[in-house]
Design a binder for this molecule. Structure first.
Ligand code: ADP
Ligand code: ZN
Ligand code: ZN
Length: 851
């Protein structure tokens, strides 16, 4: 097939450009351009990056008016066709632009931007761009000859390296901007644009013998006595008959680069640049781990999973297994089966903090077959891990959310560990949920999906129990594991009523029970994990005399105190100021800095247990690359008695000597205006309780709470997922919350409050009318298979960010109706009506963050 035209999605983020544009395929690129190719195309006066989404034989419009693709950026398209198709699905499902979906799928290294290249115009006009002031026919005109000495210097600079980028030129002559502009206008200098990637492939110089057989013998005979070293090098190269790293040859034989260069000049050896992969785990050894003999429970689950894999069926499984029931071992063995049949697997893990132990287990089992896609890698490292996948050098990819886009071509299995975690939802555009994307991708490939958790999300669990829930999007097969292979019992959990402690005169943040527990561990040389529910603690500054709280001038939110730099910062806009020493309102000196919750707990521990070794893990201590791993390693080596931290200590960790887990304030998140508060609290408590007594030593857990009778705390203490779910589903059903409805959160923002309010009202009114016309509008209380309700507009939980006011509407709906399409259409109409670029409307489908 000979394609002449390509439809291209361009990297220009605007509503008007969110559609394919037509470009001719130049003869020279015919056969190279494919669906998923990354190209540079002229767009207006610029060159921009774009992705080919389809190919056509006949242009739909007059050829002479069409522009041609300017450059092809990669030999292999970065996106296989199934990912392009997936992007189209994402754009419909999440009401996002196609370019944002496509960009989410490629590594940052390939987010190229146009660079302006400058060269000196040749005498015959060569090098003039087509869009330049002069085209070929103008070359009859002599070039302006009058060039000032200053200009001559610039010309000499450019000529010296043939082509320079505008950035380089600007850096060399920072004062000459208008002069350079003028030289471009007069045609003395010529400009062209091309896409430049952020990161290049890494190469090393290699050297190899260029002669063999008879010629090699003659070469060896030709060296005189003063060329002894050259001879040695050639002998070495001939012996190994492989290209060797130049650096290695130099250091092994203790020769200089000059010696090798002479061999090259004589034609006896060649030096070549060879592409290499940066390996973030270079030099790390992973303990080889062999598959364990499956327990009967694991066997049942494994059998069911591999049966599905063998049949190459698309099936979704929800693996509900208590903490420590051996889910990870099941993943490993199922993946083994998947890759044995020549297909590939993706493993999703919630957060970077979880990855060290997971990565070790996967590297230990599959070695170099694993690519790790982890947000803390450098752009170059990430790019290389991605290329290993694209080029088929690995069979397993493990990573957070975005690893779901790993460009495998024969995907057999997707594992999503801790499937209930909110980090699987991306909070920036495209606001996708990796679970839904996983199911869709698996469907494309006829692959299986395993959603694993000790505390599945209510959405997944309900879908499994009701055969697809109310939407039928996916109906997972429920698989269960209730025992731990080690035979160890789930730890006993005690709820400590903190109100009682206060009544008894204990004002400390530690109950007497937890205090004694820690003391006992210190005595026995065992370890303790302490969790502080981060969401309840903020680190604000408050005046104890007048109650003043330092707030951001541009956002309606209090500033956060950073001890290290002694300043106050806004987490939404980045505003920062020096922490005051007296109250700006009343001048009082009683202005207090409440350090991070964990810092306060650390201080208290030091007071109560002199000499205690605390390893603190929170945003402050883990901001550096590799910090997590180091802290965990230190704890594993028993360099700490207590591991203290926020959410990040709750999951995935497995330490044999941890026998006590304490939750400092279990219920700080229960009062949040988020319908998932109870669910999140239950999940967190269950997870952290699962950290204790995983091995020989029995574990003990204390949950401190001011609401000890709350069902999420009671059921978490009993490790009773089913009772929790039963109770929680009842509430959700009464209030029409997911999984009994779906939500779309629409946020409108503008600098002018009255205008914003009017537009928000318009939007909601318009949406109501449209829904009514479809026969959808109405309360979800009515008995009807399809219904759509609109709540709001109301001010957003954070009513102002970066000086922009925010209002939101919550769309709640049920049944088979295209609510996303309707919301998107209404938002577009609202924007068209105002035609003011200051108005922004953001659409969040299936929102996870409600505050
Ligand atoms: P989960 O992922 O469900 O929390 P893991 O896979 O981490 O559980 O298993 C918990 C512990 O049990 C680990 O130390 C693991 O090595 C061990 N384990 C898992 N499966 C087996 C088995 N079949 N036989 C013996 N030990 C096992
Ligand atoms: Zn004050
Ligand atoms: Zn701010």
């Amino acid at each position: 097939m000979n394609y002449r035209m390509a439809k291209v999605i361009v990297d220009v983020p605007s509503r008007e450009t969110d559609r394919p544009f037509d470009y001719l395929i130049p003869e020279s690129m015919a056969g190279w351009i494919e669906v998923g190719s990354r190209v540079g195309v002229p767009f207006g006066r610029r060159t921009v990056q774009g992705f080919v989404v389809s190919l056509h034989e006949q242009p739909e419009m007059d050829r002479s008016r069409m522009k041609a693709i300017q450059e092809l950026l990669d030999m292999t398209p970065p996106l296989p066709p199934d990912l392009v198709e997936l992007a189209e699905w994402m754009s419909r499902k999440y009401a996002c632009s196609l370019i944002s979906a496509l960009q989410a799928m490629i590594p940052a290294a390939l987010k190229g931007k146009a660079e302006r290249y400058i060269r000196v115009t040749d005498a015959d006009g060569e090098g003039l761009s087509e869009e330049g002031s002069t085209d070929a026919s103008d070359s009859l005109y002599p070039l302006p000859r009058l060039v000032t000495p200053e200009e001559e210097e610039i010309l000499a600079f450019v000529r010296a390296s043939d082509t320079v980028t505008m950035t380089q030129l600007g850096a060399r002559y920072p004062e000459a901007a208008s002069l350079i502009k003028d030289m471009l206008a007069r045609g003395v200098l010529t400009e062209s644009q091309a896409i430049k990637d952020k990161v290049r492939k890494k190469t090393v110089k290699t050297v190899a013998a260029a002669v063999s057989g008879q010629a090699a013998q003659e070469a060896l005979a030709s060296f005189g006595p003063q060329a002894r070293r050259q001879k040695e090098v050639l002998e070495f190269l001939l012996e190994l008959s492989l290209p060797l790293s130049l650096q290695e040859v130099l250091s092994t034989l203790q020769v200089t680069a000059g010696t090798v260069k002479k061999l090259v000049e004589k034609g006896f050896a060649v030096i070549e640049d060879v592409e290499v992969f940066r390996d973030p785990y270079q030099g790390r050894r992973f303990q080889r781990s062999e598959p364990l003999t499956r327990t009967p429970e694991q066997e049942q689950v494994y059998h069911r999973l591999t049966e599905s894999l063998d049949a190459e069926r698309h099936e979704v499984f929800l693996l509900h297994g208590v903490t420590g029931s051996g889910k990870t071992e099941v993943y490993l063995q199922t993946i083994e089966c998947c890759i044995a049949s020549g297909r590939q697997a993706i493993v999703l893990v919630p957060e970077i903090s979880l990855t060290p132990q997971m990565v070790e287990r996967f590297k230990g089992r599959f070695g170099a077959k694993v690519a790790v896609m982890h947000s803390r890698l450098s752009t170059g490292e990430r790019y290389d891990e991605w290329r290993k996948i694209r080029e088929g050098r690995v069979e397993v990819a493990i990573g957070a959310r975005s690893a779901i886009f790993a460009p495998f071509n024969r995907l057999g299995l997707i594992v999503m560990d801790e499937e209930h975690e909110t980090s699987y939802k991306q909070e920036e555009t495209p606001k996708y949920h990796a679970r839904d994307v996983a199911v869709m991708r698996a469907r494309q490939h006829g692959a299986a999906v395993i959603l694993g958790s000790a505390t599945p999300s209510l959405e997944s669990y309900h879908a499994a129990r009701s055969g697809g829930g109310d939407y039928g999007e996916f109906a997972p097969v429920l698989l269960e594991m209730k025992q731990r292979p080690s035979g160890s019992q789930l730890p006993g959990v005690q709820i400590v009523d903190m109100r009682e402690e206060l009544k008894e005169g204990n004002r400390s943040m530690f109950s007497r029970a937890l205090h004694q527990g820690i003391a006992a561990r210190l005595e026995r040389g065992e370890q303790t994990v302490l969790l502080l529910n981060r969401r309840g603690y903020s680190t604000f500054v408050m005046c104890r005399t007048c109650g003043y709280v330092a707030g951001c001038p541009d956002c309606d939110i209090s500033l956060t105190y950073h001890q290290k730099s002694n300043n106050l910062r806004c987490h939404y806009c980045g505003y920062a100021e020096v922490a005051p020493s007296v109250c700006p309102e009343c001048g009082s000196e009683h202005i207090r800095y409440f350090g991070t919750g964990t810092q306060r707990v650390e201080g208290e521990l030091a007071k109560l247990f002199p000499g205690i070794r605390v390893i603190r893990m929170d945003v402050d201590t883990t901001s550096e690359k590799g910090a997590h791993e180091k802290l965990l390693q230190a704890f594993r080596e028993k360099k700490g008695d207590v591991l203290l931290g926020t959410q990040m200590v709750a999951k995935g960790l497995d330490f044999p000597d941890v026998t006590l887990v304490g939750v400092i304030a279990a219920d700080t998140a229960l009062n949040f205006p988020d319908f998932r508060s109870a669910e999140k609290t239950f999940q967190l408590l269950t997870q952290v309780a699962g950290r204790a007594g995983r091995h020989q030593l029995p574990g003990e857990v204390f949950i401190q709470s001011y609401m000890p009778e709350h069902y999420s705390i009671v059921h978490a203490s009993g490790h009773d997922y089913l009772s929790f779910v039963r109770e929680e589903l009842k509430t959700r059903k009464t209030l029409h919350y997911p999984p009994y409805s779906r939500l779309i959160l629409v946020t409108l923002s503008h600098e002018k409050l009255p205008l914003l309010l009017r537009m928000a009202e318009n939007f909601a009114g318009d949406l109501r009318v449209k829904a009514q016309r479809q026969g959808w509008f109405g309360s979800l209380d009515r008995f009807a298979p399809a219904a759509l309700d609109i709540l709001g507009p109301v001010a957003s939980p954070i009513p102002r960010i970066k000086n922009r006011y925010r209002f939101q509407c919550m769309v709640k709906y049920r049944g088979e109706l295209d609510a996303v399409g309707l919301v998107r259409e209404t938002a577009a109409a609202t924007l068209d009506q105002l035609r003011d670029a200051m108005l922004q409307i953001s659409i969040d489908v299936d929102p996870q963050m409600l505050m």
